[in-house]
Design a protein around this ligand. Structure first.
Ligand SMILES: [Zn+2]
Length: 1002
């Protein structure tokens, strides 16, 4: 029941509020308290109006009973007592509050006496109807306060609830008793009756604006029509505020030009903050519309649709026109000058501001019309210059000088020389401000001493474009990464860096593309003769793209060349092992079409220490892990690796594995002058670095991995031979190339460490089998009549199918000039072995059909370079014959090309070539050839070579070069089929040999 009353009351209140609001007056509920001080008037807060009426704050208490003349309110101020006389039961007394209106929420009574027993007190409207009564505090179903038999003033009681009262139906304090003789004494001593009640009062606050809106052209007008007398409208007499769409003509500057609304002012004036706007720009020429502001020259109409207070049903549209005009520019190439706008219309002001960037000096500034050449007037205030834009572009020319501190850096023509770290910092700073050097393009910067720096050279806007020559000095570069591509040379474009050793520490953190030398390279990049020993750390879990020499390579095709360089630094994770990958020993990452050409380079795997902050990378011999030289991501980037070696890589293998030794290889003395790469020397395939020698594992048979990690072996036949070591257990080789220069028709001696058929060998760039002819050694003959010595070389009976025997010398006559041969066997490769021979030489001994017992000859192949001198194989000098490649004068005698010629001191032969050696014993026959030095005198100076085809015909006669092992045929020489050389072209009919071919003279 109580709840229902409350609901009813609130409904009434709400209705009343609506009614008031509709009448233009606003009502609010106010909670008030009136306190009656029941202290006999001692405090004077409650006054006595008459014997039955007390007044406090204008509210009255009226003592109503059936015998007013005898029953009055008695106040004794000296005792602070207020007493309702006499017996409240007997006189049927009721305490009324006749002028209290509102809703009573609580009545609190303190310090009263309610004597004697069996009486009840109620507060409300009707003591017989609990729905009109307040209840005792905290007890919702207890509506009466009972009397007690005490005679002091110790009682207090609080009634609560919600009871609407009025003059016609006033709040009452009522009493009852079931006993007629209850004494009914009700009295206060310094007590109170405090009544808290809600009253409805009129609201006199300002209700704020109420607006109506109207849109016209580019203006929205909000008009306030608030009629409340309490509204203080601050919008002036018009009571209007306007929202205006503004779009100014602009000069073309590649920027977008938007229309604007004065929303901030409008919101401040009107208090409206919920304003949604949608712009549309229409090109007048094309009628194309876009929500994005235009940036191109043209005439435009802009429309904005405005929704206020989410009233989607009533959008307002404003429109205006503007143009983007061509405008004029100030042409400025100085980083010290900034412009207030990049273009301007004629008559607009442009402010030019000069900012000193280092210690340069601005000597003068001129502004000239780009078309007219007229000087453009400007006003100067400090470092700002203001012009009024003429109807033409303006050229800005400044004279700026950059003083050099010659203790730090000097200049001579196009060469700058850095002397110390301050000089390096000047170099970096000068480039960064683009102080007339264009990234040192066309200039050479030389390092004059070892320095330690912490500043990067070059940036994206100002890359290093010149040549840096380290002069074999050391640059110690320490840096904690704060961006990508951290390196001594942060960004380059077309740079050359040479003769520089870099070391130090780069703390890469989470940043990518860090590098020991170049962070990011555009255009050409040439790195010659450099060494990087830098420690490059990362905390990045993933693909870090760090590179020993280059972080990111953007150059295309063959624009990156790295030659004669060593990496002996370390790329690592400073926290965890096995998390960082995607790094390259030389290049960390390629852009698409990136290409690197590496030659004569060395990668030395550094030492990791997982317990001391030099944790290992995430290894794997795969393209997407880490790579020895060139890391490729997304298959971007390619490269060639020529004569590049590594020691102990754990990433993708590229280049060739090398053996490190502190002692020089046996052949070292023969390798001649090295190529000096500043920090290392190369002798062909031998690299000397840091007093150590690096040679390929199998010498001249080089194990090689291309940039994709594809493995092959390459027998390198050149003039710096290392020799092929003994391979005594079979070595499976997937792909083998024999790289030797061949000349059509020019025989060579050759020996291979595996069995093969001629057709199993392919010519470079082709899947066609090898052609040409192989010949075996048949013997040496002396013609007693002519005293001519002839070596016979016979082709196998079935030249195409006969298997050439491993480790056996042959003569080969090419009929083409392939770059190299290769053997692949459909991926099965070939088994390499040199087992079963002595000292690296294979011997095909003379077959024993000697004309003389001492006429014994061996045809020998070798895997080692072989030298004859006073100190090396001196006993063989005079007995050894090699092919003479050319006709030559030997000790005053003409030796014809096409003969074996006797080797002298200084002769040499390369691996996989063959030579002829007299192997005779002490003579025992009539010729009484004397042994020792004299014996060799009996040997021929040269031996003619006769080639015999499979069909038994002599097909060619030639000579073999003693040094190169290569055979040539003298095109002027004519031979009989017996191998007898004629003085010239024969006139007698018959078959002859000329230029390696059979010729019929008719
Ligand atoms: Zn207003």
């Amino acid at each position: 029941m109580k709840t229902k009353v409350k609901l009813s009351f609130h409904l009434i209140l709400t209705l009343a509020l609506w009614l008031v609001a509709a009448q233009g007056a606003w009502a609010v509920t106010e909670t008030r308290t009136v306190t009656f001080y029941m202290d006999g008037g001692a405090s004077s807060n409650t006054s006595v109006q008459d014997d039955w009426t007390l007044v406090s704050s204008g509210k009255t208490i009226y003592w109503s009973n059936n015998d007013p003349s005898n029953n009055k309110i008695t106040c004794k101020s000296d005792k602070k007592t207020t007493t309702f006389r006499a017996n409240v039961i007997e006189c049927k007394g009721v305490i009324e509050f006749p002028n209290l209106e509102g809703t009573v929420k609580s009545v609190a009574l303190t310090n009263f006496r309610f004597y004697d027993s069996d009486m009840q007190m109620y507060i409300g409207l009707d003591k017989s109807n609990t729905s009109t009564l307040l209840h005792l505090q905290g007890i919702t179903n207890d509506y009466d306060f009972p009397s007690n038999n005490t005679y002091d003033y110790s009682n207090s009681a609080t009634f609560e609830g919600s009871v609407a009262v009025s003059a016609s139906n006033p709040l009452k304090i009522m009493f009852s008793s079931a006993r007629d003789d209850a004494s009914g004494d009700f009295s206060f001593k310094d007590g109170i009756i405090a009544i808290t009640y809600d009253v409805e009062v009129e609201d006199t606050s300002d209700p704020g604006h109420t607006f109506t809106f109207s849109a016209s052209g580019n203006t929205l007008t909000a008009t306030c029509n608030q009629t409340s007398q309490y509204h203080n409208c601050n919008l002036g007499t018009s009571r209007e505020s306007t929202l205006t769409l503004t779009a100014n003509d602009a000069s073309f500057d590649n920027q977008r030009h938007s229309a604007t609304l004065n929303l901030t002012d409008f919101s401040a004036e009107t208090g409206i903050t919920d304003i949604k706007t949608t712009y549309s720009y229409t090109n007048s020429a094309t009628s194309e519309s876009s929500g994005t502001a235009p940036n191109l020259i043209g005439d435009y109409t802009v429309t904005v649709t405005i929704i206020i207070n989410s009233d989607n049903a009533h959008p307002y549209m404003l429109t205006t026109n503007f143009s983007i005009l061509a405008g004029y520019n100030v042409n400025n190439s100085y980083s010290q000058f900034s412009l207030s706008k990049s273009s301007a219309l004629e008559g607009e002001e442009v402010t030019i501001t000069y900012t000193q960037l280092m210690d340069e000096i601005l000597e003068g500034l001129t502004l000239t019309g780009a078309t007219s050449g007229n000087n453009i007037a400007y006003t100067q205030s400090g470092n700002t210059y203001t012009i009024t834009m003429p109807a033409e572009d303006v050229n800005l020319n400044a004279t700026i000088t950059y003083p050099l501190n010659e203790n730090n850096i000097t200049q001579s023509g196009d060469t700058y020389t850095i002397k110390n770290a301050d000089g390096w910092n000047y170099f970096c700073r000068r480039m960064e401000v683009d102080g007339g050097v264009d990234g040192f393009n066309g200039k050479t910067v030389v390092l004059a001493g070892n320095i330690t720096v912490t500043t990067m050279a070059g940036s994206a806007d100002h890359p290093f474009k010149g040549t840096f020559d380290g002069d074999c000095k050391t640059l110690t570069f320490n840096y904690t990464a704060n961006k990508a591509n951290c390196a001594p040379f942060h960004i380059t474009n077309g740079a050359t860096i040479r003769n520089l050793h870099v070391t130090g520490q780069i703390e890469g953190g989470i940043w990518l593309y860090n590098s020991g030398l170049v962070g990011s390279a555009n255009g050409n990049l040439t790195i010659d003769n450099c060494r990087v020993s830098t420690l490059i750390s990362s905390t990045f879990s993933g693909t870090a793209f760090n590179g020993g020499f280059v972080g990111l390579l953007s150059s295309h095709y063959d624009q990156c060349h790295i030659t004669g360089c060593v990496f002996d630094g370390l790329i690592y994770n400073s926290e965890y092992s096995g998390t960082t990958y995607g790094c390259g020993g030389f290049v960390g990452c390629f852009s698409q079409y990136g290409y690197a050409i590496l030659e004569d380079c060395l990668f030395i795997h550094g030492q990791y220490d997982n317990n001391n902050g030099k944790c290992e990378l995430w290894w794997g011999n795969e393209n997407d892990k880490n790579s020895t030289f060139l890391h490729r991501s997304n298959d971007y980037g390619e490269g060639t690796l020529k004569n590049c070696f590594y020691v102990g890589t754990r990433g993708l293998k590229q280049g060739s594995p090398a053996v490190e030794s502190t002692t020089a290889p046996t052949n070292f003395a023969h390798l001649g002058a090295p190529t000096n790469h500043c920090f290392m020397q190369t002798y062909g395939r031998l690299i000397v670095f840091n007093n150590k020698y690096y040679t390929p594992t199998y010498g001249d048979m080089v194990e090689t991995y291309d940039f994709r990690g594809v493995k092959s072996y390459n027998i390198e036949y050149d003039d710096k031979p290392l020799g092929i070591p003994d391979i005594t257990t079979q070595l499976r080789v997937p792909l083998l190339r024999y790289k030797r220069t061949f000349t059509n028709g020019k025989p060579v001696t050759v020996m291979m460490p595996f069995n093969f058929t001629k057709s199993a060998f392919k010519k470079s760039g082709s899947s066609d089998g090898l052609t040409g002819h192989f010949y075996e050694f048949k013997g040496i003959h002396l013609d007693p009549q002519t005293s001519k010595w002839t070596a016979e070389m016979g082709e196998p009976d079935n030249p195409e199918t006969t298997t050439m025997t491993a480790n056996t010398p042959y003569l080969y006559v090419p009929d083409e000039e392939p770059e190299y041969w290769y053997i692949y066997n459909d991926g099965d490769g070939v088994n390499i072995f040199t087992e079963g021979y002595d000292g690296g030489n294979k011997v095909t001994p003379y077959d024993g059909t000697a004309d003389f017992a001492w006429n014994k000859w061996d045809f020998k192949g070798t895997y080692q370079p072989r030298y004859w001198s006073d100190s090396e194989n001196p006993e063989e000098i005079g007995k050894v014959y090699g092919f003479a490649g050319n006709t030559k004068d030997v000790d005053g005698q003409i030796v014809l090309a096409g003969d074996f010629v006797r080797a002298k001191s200084g002769a040499k032969i390369r691996p996989t070539s063959c030579y002829l050696m007299w192997a005779g014993s002490e003579p025992s026959n009539a010729r009484a050839l004397t042994r020792g030095a004299a014996a060799t005198e009996e040997l021929p100076q040269s031996i003619t070579v006769k080639l015999i085809s499979a069909s038994g015909e002599t097909t060619a006669i030639g000579t073999l070069d003693t040094k190169t092992g290569e055979v040539t045929f003298d095109s002027e020489a004519w031979y009989t089929l017996d191998g007898v050389r004629l003085s010239g072209k024969p006139s007698t009919k018959g078959i002859y040999i000329n230029n390696g071919k059979k010729i019929v003279i008719k």
